[in-house]
Write a protein that binds this ligand. Structure first.
Ligand code: CA
Length: 253
């Protein structure tokens, strides 16, 4: 746990009707230095959001009394704080994206605790730029200057501060995991990295490694970067080893 957490303690409202999930969330959030509040139904959630003004809300969709989508809408109409939806099904993701409810992010169940914590940090950081010190990962990171916050590899530019990716000057929308993946490869500056190493360092934690997970993410990223999946030119497969980012500008082998 970071030492500077205490003097800037954030409160997370957990809205979830399954007690075992609430328990896991409370335990992990407290361990990361957050205060927690719990609501087990939608109506209580709305009341608590207005009364307690938490810094972030974790919101399940299937809830008693009032569903999470309605809860999100109601809170959003009055109060602009990050809302992270917890979803169990793909149809729910479509709903969240389609209805423009104002949810900031969503995490699919079953979720990895580590990834959820990272998402919470990222969403708190987005909502409050002054809290950048609070979310700093390490002393090493705090000491870097602003020019070190941008990494360029070939046609790819990563802004480590804003969590932004540009390909040939065009911004692409990436998830936090995709960003961490690109960052890991970018810092290797063209060196090939094995799937095993990527799983260990990007997925980390409680992830039970299946190397295909890496391939799936790579395929998705290539699509987003418009990097030809048959003959990729940015994110490249090194046969028998893993992946690397092309460090030269396009056109040169
Ligand atoms: Ca539920």
């Amino acid at each position: 746990m970071e030492n500077n957490v205490e003097n800037n303690q954030k409160t997370i409202l957990i809205v979830e009707d399954e007690p075992p999930i609430v328990d896991i969330l409370v335990y992990n959030l407290k361990r990361e230095g957050y205060n927690t509040l719990e609501a087990y139904d939608g109506v209580t959630a709305v009341d608590m959001a207005f009364k307690n003004k938490p810094d972030l809300i974790l919101l399940d969709i299937m809830l008693p009394k009032m569903d999470g989508l309605t809860v999100c809408k109601k809170i959003r109409s009055k109060y602009n704080i990050p809302i992270l939806m917890l979803t169990a099904r793909n149809e729910e993701i479509d709903k969240i994206l389609g209805l423009e409810l104002g949810a900031d992010d969503y995490v699919t169940k079953p979720f990895s605790v580590r990834e959820l914590m990272a998402r919470i940090k990222a969403n708190l950081r987005k909502s409050d730029p002054t809290s950048s010190k609070f979310v700093s990962q390490s002393v090493e990171e705090e000491e870097t200057t602003s020019s070190d916050k941008v990494v360029t590899v070939g046609n790819l530019v990563l802004d480590l501060e804003k969590i932004e990716v540009k390909v040939d000057g065009r911004s692409i929308d990436v998830t936090l995991k995709e960003f961490e993946f690109l960052k890991y490869l970018a810092l290797k500056q063209g060196q090939a990295v094995s799937r095993e190493e990527l799983l260990k360092n990007v997925w980390k934690y409680d992830y039970i490694g299946d190397e295909r997970t890496v391939d799936v993410l790579v395929r998705r990223l290539r699509k987003k970067m418009k990097d030809d999946t048959e003959e990729p030119k940015i994110l490249i497969t090194k046969r028998g080893i893993g992946y690397y980012l092309k460090s030269d500008k396009l056109g040169k082998e």
